[in-house]
Ligand binder design. Structure first.
Ligand SMILES: [Mg+2]
Length: 216
């Protein structure tokens, strides 16, 4: 089977939630930002991004902190320091990723990440995983639309070319299943919440190791 596998980045390939988050906060900490302010302004982004369409970036985060706290942090200097931190992120890649990637031909693996273009690019590049992928797509919109565009471009009418999406957020799977392409959906659980809608989730995996060549 000729598959094109679209792999989510945050919390699928890259452990964004744990040590990375603490070390990322470390850059803010150097500029006198408390963890409390960091966390509360961060949750502001996750709450409002759906309504405003604005994706999270360190740039808008530090601007928001300056607005809320009137701390007057030098944004340019902060962003320069953040850029340096984001250059070397290999240690936050989930270990099972490498085993997974080596099971597949690079030409069939595509990163599909939602978020701010610059910030996601920096993270992807800093993580060093790009070499395992044919392409990396960053979107601020619907992932299914991106898959449809990509499949049209690279698979054309080849009906043996099957799109697969791997994501820790099963919210993306509803539109994937509504697509004419009949996208195969793999929910990467990693200890989180199970998809309660079995019609949208074809498979649950706890680690990427479980995803073998056959995908069965
Ligand atoms: Mg994710």
């Amino acid at each position: 089977m000729n598959m094109k596998i679209f792999v989510d980045f945050d919390n699928t390939i890259f452990d964004t939630r744990h040590q990375f988050l603490d070390d990322f906060f470390g850059v803010f900490d150097k500029y006198g930002v408390s963890r409390e302010i960091f966390d509360s302004t961060l949750s502001y982004f996750s709450k409002t991004s759906l309504q405003t369409g604005e994706c999270y970036s360190p740039e808008s985060h530090i601007r928001e902190i300056n607005k809320v706290t009137k701390q007057n942090i030098d944004e340019r200097q902060f962003l320069q320091e953040m850029e340096i931190f984001l250059e070397d992120l290999e240690k936050y890649v989930f270990e099972d990723f490498y085993e997974f990637a080596n099971n597949f031909d690079k030409k069939n693996l595509i990163i599909l990440s939602y978020g701010d273009s610059d910030f996601q690019s920096q993270k992807i590049s800093g993580s060093g995983v790009k070499q395992f992928f044919e392409d990396a797509i960053i979107t601020q919109g619907d992932k299914t639309k991106e898959i449809e565009k990509y499949m049209q471009k690279y698979c054309g009418r080849d009906s043996a070319c099957v799109p697969v999406i791997i994501d820790d957020k099963f919210g993306y799977f509803e539109s994937a299943k509504n697509s004419q392409l009949n996208i195969k959906t793999i929910h990467n659980v990693r200890g989180g919440e199970l998809c309660d809608d079995s019609k949208n989730c074809d498979k649950h995996v706890k680690t990427l190791r479980e995803i073998k060549k056959s995908l069965s």
